[in-house]
Write a protein that binds this ligand. Structure first.
Ligand SMILES: C[S@@+](CC[C@H](N)C(=O)[O-])C[C@H]1O[C@@H](n2cnc3c(N)ncnc32)[C@H](O)[C@@H]1O
Length: 223
């Protein structure tokens, strides 16, 4: 499990910056979309909060927001506490899955670089539980790998992403192997299914705001 491997966790932040095109801009856009509807003193739920990168970006940009961050990995939560630094007192970090998040009405939520690890059943369940914890009309921002289902198309996009993510550090054969691994192991959904699942979970008006190689991000609102 990469998120409990000490070496992988130690390199987490630098790997994300190298592997996710425009990740800092993604955090700024996610914050902007949340801030359209979350009040100055709002409470935001961050699912898959390990590492703390988006928590730190949101906390810096909105100094009065409070946060609940949920993640199953103790190691990634420890890294989040470190990344948060002086913002840590405004964040409750909880080890677990969505069921461990308090059953209160949050003002907004995010789930970044996480849902692509969940199979369709777990994903729909997670989205429904997220919906249950949001005030009506509250925003949810998600972003993760989302590629076409067609095997050749899927492989092509993961090959492009692997070349981007590992530029200069590995051989072509390594890049090919990584693309194969991602295409065969991640239970990705095609963009139209992502939208369908958000709607099936009770979210409204999903809008694409981020697209970069294999990554897609949507903002949507609790119905
Ligand atoms: C690639 S990291 C993303 C972390 C952070 N959101 C970011 O953007 O940097 C994926 C995180 O999801 C967590 N995770 C895996 N399965 C999860 C689940 N079912 N619910 C919530 N978090 C999960 C992992 O422990 C890991 O910390």
């Amino acid at each position: 499990m990469p998120f409990s491997d000490p070496d992988a966790v130690a390199d987490y932040v630098s790997n994300v910056i190298r592997q996710v095109p425009g990740v800092h801009a993604l955090h700024r856009m996610a914050h902007l979309l949340l801030a359209e509807r979350v009040a100055t003193d709002g409470h935001v739920l961050v699912l898959g909060a390990g590492g703390g990168m988006e928590l730190a970006a949101f906390a810096d940009a909105s100094p009065e927001w409070r946060f609940t961050g949920v993640d199953p990995s103790a190691e990634m939560l420890a890294l989040a506490a470190l990344t948060l630094g002086s913002s840590a007192p405004r964040v409750d970090l909880i080890r677990g899955y969505i069921e461990s998040a308090p059953d209160i009405a949050f003002d907004g939520a995010s789930c970044l670089l996480t849902l692509h690890f969940l199979d369709r059943e777990q994903r729909l369940h997670t989205l429904r539980e997220l919906r249950r914890r949001l005030k009506p009309g509250a925003p949810l921002v998600i972003a993760h790998h989302s590629v076409p289902d067609d095997p050749a198309e899927k492989r092509l996009w993961f090959r492009r992403w692997a070349a981007f993510a590992s530029v200069g550090t590995v051989t072509d054969a390594d890049t090919e192997a990584r693309a194969d691994l991602m295409a065969s192991c991640l239970p990705t959904c095609a963009p139209n299914l992502e939208v369908g699942m958000l709607e099936a979970a009770g979210f409204e008006r999903p809008s694409l705001f981020y697209a970069a190689l294999t990554f897609r991000g949507w903002v949507t609102y609790a119905g």
